[in-house]
Design a protein around this ligand. Structure first.
Ligand SMILES: NC(=O)c1ccc[n+]([C@@H]2O[C@H](COP(=O)([O-])OP(=O)(O)OC[C@H]3O[C@@H](n4cnc5c(N)ncnc54)[C@H](O)[C@@H]3O)[C@@H](O)[C@H]2O)c1
Length: 358
């Protein structure tokens, strides 16, 4: 029996609404498979917690979370708490402290009706973006000198260590080799003359160990254009923290929006818990209405199961998502439907159970 200890951080806004549906899916799987079990412990961390306690999580929050195999997070951030606090003190802190240096963001079109791109099919848009998740432009290094004075200067330093750059690029080569797909590096060596020249040289250097992997290298501006004009160019993509954040939002835009974008923050060595979460934020504009799309958070369940070696379940969840999307009655509002978050979650579970019964 495999037991997975999950820390739930539903967070703010639509976070708790969508996480509830993801948990429903995990509980349904546990019922169907006597070889897997999950336990859930909920942590109230988020902006409400901050307003009450002056911090985003317990003082020993990291120690507490360390006990778990996985963290399943909804979203954090809400008006009233500056975004740089909610993001840095919870989300980025967890990613950093648990050395979740790989951010896996699949960009796959799950149903042709979801893309705004003319005549594009599931075959055209099917890539995996591997984003560096522990340093780079989000390292939090810099300075703010002479604040408020005419000579004010702000420095934001990108940190690209050899260890950090090499391990993410190597991970991407391994993934490309394993899945027999090409690997594209996205960088910006023409303008960022230290960090991205270094990135490009490491990409080339590590590539010598993978002569069987076909590679491409694009500047981030050109890559952004190709994401829209020629998404079929991309199979496995590796890029830095900032560029990965931005290009995967373009990826979301061409595959149905943020309700369909998921991401796994992985510590491949399993020395610390990995974190699974939708890419979207807390969506204050629709929070509390029960209309948020839970597909991204359900897709996170698929990523979680893949990570723990349950790829049959991972695949079953993804296939059921695709099946469900064929039913227009279960489309949420932002894609033109009228189904509620709960209706989508319930229908998903119903279909998953049906697809797995003999
Ligand atoms: N991972 C995270 O926790 C995360 C990520 C991004 C933003 N944030 C935070 O969330 C807050 C809101 O940020 P934002 O408005 O820029 O981004 P957002 O992702 O919350 O919302 C952007 C737009 O997408 C829509 N949307 C998002 N998720 C949806 C879903 N599941 N179903 C239907 N529509 C959905 C929203 O209604 C909104 O119109 C901010 O505080 C921000 O810092 C958190």
């Amino acid at each position: 029996m495999k037991h997975i200890k999950i820390a739930l951080i539903p967070g703010d806004g639509i976070g708790p609404e969508v996480i509830a549906e993801g948990v429903k899916v995990l509980k349904a799987i546990e019922k169907m498979d006597s070889d897997i079990s999950f336990s859930f412990t909920t942590f109230p961390y988020g902006c409400e917690y901050y307003l009450e306690n002056g911090r985003m999580m317990d003082e020993d929050g990291i120690e507490k979370l360390k006990e778990f195999d996985a963290i399943y997070l909804g979203a954090v951030g809400y008006p009233g708490v500056p975004d740089h606090i909610s993001l840095r003190d919870l989300l980025l802190r967890i990613r950093k402290e648990f050395d979740q240096y790989v951010n896996l963001r699949p960009i796959s079109l799950l149903n042709p009706s979801l893309t705004p791109l003319k005549s594009r099919t599931e075959e055209d848009i099917d890539m995996l973006v591997i984003r560096e998740n522990s340093e780079g432009e989000y390292a939090g290094a810099g300075d703010w000198l002479f604040p408020g004075k005419p000579e004010e200067v702000v420095l934001q330093t990108g940190v690209f260590s050899r260890k950090g750059t090499e391990r993410i690029i190597r991970y991407a080569y391994e993934e490309a080799r394993k899945s027999n797909r090409s690997l594209t590096s996205i960088s910006k060596g023409n303008a960022l003359n230290y960090s991205m020249v270094f990135w490009d040289s490491v990409f080339e250097e590590v590539g010598k160990e993978y002569p069987d992997v076909k590679t491409f290298s694009y500047l981030v501006d050109a890559a952004s254009l190709y994401f829209v004009s020629n998404p079929e160019r991309f199979e496995v993509v590796v890029t830095s923290n900032l560029f990965g954040d931005i290009v995967t939002d373009i990826g979301a835009a061409i595959t149905g929006g943020l309700g369909f974008a998921t991401g796994a923050n992985i510590n491949p060595e399993k020395a610390f818990p990995s974190m699974f979460e939708p890419v979207h934020g807390s969506a204050p504009d629709i929070a509390g209405k029960g209309i948020a799309n839970p597909i991204a958070v359900i897709w996170s369940v698929s990523q979680m199961l893949d990570f723990f070696g349950e790829s049959n379940w991972g695949k079953a969840v993804l296939t059921t998502i695709k099946d469900l999307l064929r039913e227009k009655d279960y489309h949420t509002k932002e894609i033109g439907g009228s189904a509620s978050t709960r209706q989508v979650g319930n229908r998903f579970v119903e279909k998953l159970i049906k697809s797995m019964s003999p």
